[in-house]
Design a protein around this ligand. Structure first.
Ligand code: AMP
Ligand code: TRP
Length: 325
């Protein structure tokens, strides 16, 4: 099992990122079949949509701190910043020469981003999945933990790998996505939307207790006073119940007493305290780590060297097969 995944450094991570992605990564780092796991802050992907250069470096380091504080173990996995391993963009260029524009310009993610920021119709936005294919294939990864929205990109990666293998000889393995079945944490303000980083929609892992209390208090609820789990009839409250169960742990399983017969306000108070308790050790660790950023920088350099060694080996093989060297 060789794993690659990444998150764009578009701000502090939220509970959706943790429960939908990082929790999975942490479980996988202890898997007995794990041969290699590389987790990147994909900073070159992050600049394909509007960003602020004044705070971008801070956002990259915030994401690294979040990875470490959440429990990614630098002894078991490789942590890296994408732009610090130049093989990623080099292989992406090579892949550009075998990727049809028609594989890219119909992708829903591209269309959505274009609709959001029509002026950002850059080649880089269209090319986003090719860089992602390069991220994954450079490490000959075969398992990619991602959210559902990324499946079309995984398909493109497999298409590129197949085409390369066909043209230049067997080089890349087929890759499989690793999905946390149906796990989607929804916005606290609109349960039809995914939890995101904006405003009161989501809980950042770094939110202090008062912010958590205020956001949960403001969270929308459904019509009818009873509390029960039913994502269709009660989408808002079901989202809150799901967060409660995921954070409070399976040992408390179907602990319905916690909400049966309670008012929305009472349940929200309980939930807010559960979230605050869950975040406390994370925030303590993050705070500790952030006191010595030189140490984090050293760790990243060391890991990026390891990543480069693997990536450059693949890049050399690719160049040899293509007659470039
Ligand atoms: P993003 O913040 O959109 O770059 O997503 C980074 C990772 O977190 C991806 O693997 C997403 O699938 C996952 N993720 C983001 N938002 C949510 C959410 N609301 N619920 C579950 N997973 C999420
Ligand atoms: N596109 C992914 C997202 O928005 C981030 C990403 C970039 C990624 N490269 C990757 C995910 C490689 C998995 C593997 O979530």
């Amino acid at each position: 099992m060789r794993i690659f995944s990444g998150i764009r450094p578009s701000g502090k991570l939220h509970l959706g990122n943790y429960l939908g992605a990082i929790k999975n990564w942490i479980e996988l780092q202890n898997h007995p079949d794990l041969e290699q796991a590389v987790y990147a802050v994909v900073d070159y992907h992050g600049i394909t949509t509007p960003f602020d250069p004044k705070i971008y470096h801070q956002q990259v380091m915030d994401t690294v701190l979040d990875y470490l504080a959440a429990g990614l173990d630098p002894k078991k996995v490789i942590l890296m910043r994408q732009s610090h391993v130049s093989a990623h963009t080099e292989l992406a260029w090579i892949f550009n020469t075998i990727t049809s524009v028609s594989w890219l310009d119909r992708l829903p993610t591209y269309r959505e981003q274009l609709e959001k920021n029509p002026k950002y119709n850059h080649v880089g936005l269209l090319d986003y999945p090719v860089l992602m294919a390069s991220d994954i294939l450079l490490y000959k990864s075969n398992l990619v933990p991602v959210g559902e929205d990324q499946l079309p990109h995984i398909d493109v990666t497999n298409e590129i790998a197949k085409k390369f293998n066909h043209l230049f000889g067997e080089t890349f393995p087929a890759i499989k996505p690793h999905l946390e079945e149906g796990l989607r944490i929804m916005s606290l303000q609109d349960p039809a939307k995914k939890m995101s980083k904006t405003g009161d929609e989501g809980i950042a892992l770094s939110d202090d207790p008062d912010t958590v209390r205020a956001k949960i208090k403001k969270a929308v609820t459904d019509s009818g006073k009873e509390i029960y789990y039913h994502p269709e009839n009660k989408p808002a409250i079901s989202n809150l119940i799901m967060i409660y169960h995921l954070l409070y742990g399976k040992s408390h399983g179907e602990d319905k007493d916690i909400y049966n017969g309670k008012s929305y306000a009472e349940f929200k108070n309980i939930l807010a305290e559960v979230i605050i308790d869950f975040l406390k050790p994370f925030q303590q660790k993050r705070n500790e780590l952030s006191k010595d950023m030189d140490k984090i920088e050293d760790l990243l350099r060391d890991h990026e060297e390891k990543a480069s060694a693997i990536a450059n080996k693949t890049l050399k093989e690719v160049k040899q097969k293509m007659g470039l060297i």
